[in-house]
Design a protein around this ligand. Structure first.
Ligand SMILES: [Zn+2]
Length: 393
């Protein structure tokens, strides 16, 4: 699908996208159709890719045949929504486009396997005079071929949102979901100028989720930790079992269900935290800590597990929607070992285990993480002022 330039502006208006993820409850015939569609999408992807490769070898030219070409040799393709097949063509073209553009960041497109690749397909909405091809009802979503599929929506689209496309996917635990993409036009928010008292500095914390410059902590909720511990136990149990046995299969399913549950709990926590901060503060200063590096130093994962990267990403777009700034300070700024009171910089890093330290110069007693959060905020604000000055000059 041709992508509109991000946030294309006209008269201070811009286009935004949002996704509503609905749980689907397809009936038997719809399940069969979905399974068929997943299979056809894999089939068409793999055949187009194979033909592209052969054509490239023979002629040195890049070309991907359209799905229509395959319908004669594989008539079952006509049983599923043609839109889903066209989308596979678009996705493959896009995969090649990004690969050609920067092969070091995007791998060469792979063949899809039933075992490892996610079961999914995408269909675009087309609005005809007679109406749209895809729309939602009170408790369902209408799709081409499938008809109305029963669905449960976590929220409803607002007035003026335009349904662009739907991706149907099946999780490893056998649940069906629809990710419904909406497009809408909003007024470009006025830029909020951050004052120190309405700016917050956040430091990623291993023991707490984050620590703010005010000393406020955001611990991951108790229930999230509990299910995470349970998950680790199950994993251990699985490792000791004989793969292939019936018990093993059951344990795998149990593990997947719990894993899904933890992911949902975590996502919920992250959305609540990021909304709370984006609503309550005018600007947020953070440091782009190398989360993957930190995770490697920890016994049971760390930042990646806790979802701090996702939290930062959520926070960034929620702030942007409100015209607010996320100020990212220099990753190498010594925010932990600088004394916030007098500015003295310690020579060596303060160990993770050391919760408190005393400044050798001014004698201030610091909480390791709160002091770092204060420095992150001060540095962020200074950085912000400098960019404003540069812009004005
Ligand atoms: Zn000091």
């Amino acid at each position: 699908m041709p992508r509109k330039p991000k946030g294309a502006c006209k008269d201070g208006l811009k286009i935004q996208y949002t996704t509503i993820k609905a749980r689907l409850y397809p009936d038997e015939a719809q399940v069969e159709l979905f399974e068929k569609t997943f299979g056809c999408c894999r089939y068409i992807w793999n055949h187009m890719l194979a033909d592209q490769q052969r054509f490239y070898l023979e002629t040195d030219k890049h070309f991907i045949p359209t799905p229509a070409k395959y319908k004669k040799e594989a008539p079952f393709l006509t049983e599923v929504d043609n839109q889903a097949l066209i989308q596979e063509h678009n996705k493959l073209s896009q995969a090649f486009r990004v690969f050609f553009k920067s092969p070091e960041h995007f791998g060469y497109p792979n063949f899809k396997k039933k075992k490892t690749d996610r079961d999914s397909f995408t269909a675009c909405n087309h609005v005809f005079e007679s109406g749209p091809t895809i729309y939602i009802t009170k408790d369902g979503i209408r799709m081409t071929k499938a008809g109305i599929v029963r669905a449960k929506f976590p929220r409803r689209p607002r007035n003026g949102w335009r349904l662009k496309r739907v991706t149907v996917e099946k999780t490893k635990t056998g649940k069906y979901f629809a990710c419904i993409l909406y497009e809408y036009t909003v007024k470009e928010p006025e830029a909020v100028i951050p004052a120190p008292e309405s700016t917050i500095g956040l430091k990623y914390s291993m023991s707490h989720f984050y620590v703010a410059d005010s000393g406020e902590l955001a611990d991951a909720p108790h229930w999230l930790r509990q299910s995470q511990e349970k998950l680790a136990k199950l994993q251990k149990h699985l490792n000791r079992m004989q793969p292939g046995s019936k018990n093993y299969q059951e344990a795998v399913q149990k593990y997947r269900l719990l894993h899904e549950h933890v992911a949902n709990q975590r996502r919920d926590f992250i959305h609540k935290q990021s909304s709370r901060i984006a609503n309550g503060w005018d600007a947020v200063c953070v440091r782009p800590d190398a989360l993957d590096e930190m995770a490697r130093r920890l016994p049971h994962g760390g930042p990646l597990d806790s979802g701090f990267g996702m939290f930062r990403e959520c926070l960034r777009y929620k702030l942007a929607q409100r015209g607010k700034a996320m100020i990212v300070v220099d990753r190498y700024a010594p925010t932990t070992r600088t004394c916030f009171e007098c500015g003295f910089v310690q020579d060596s890093e303060i160990p993770y285990k050391k919760k408190r330290w005393v400044c050798p110069k001014c004698g201030a007693v610091h909480d390791r993480e709160v002091n770092a959060a204060k420095n992150i905020k001060a540095q962020g604000l200074a950085q912000y002022r400098n960019t404003q000055k540069r812009k004005a000059a």
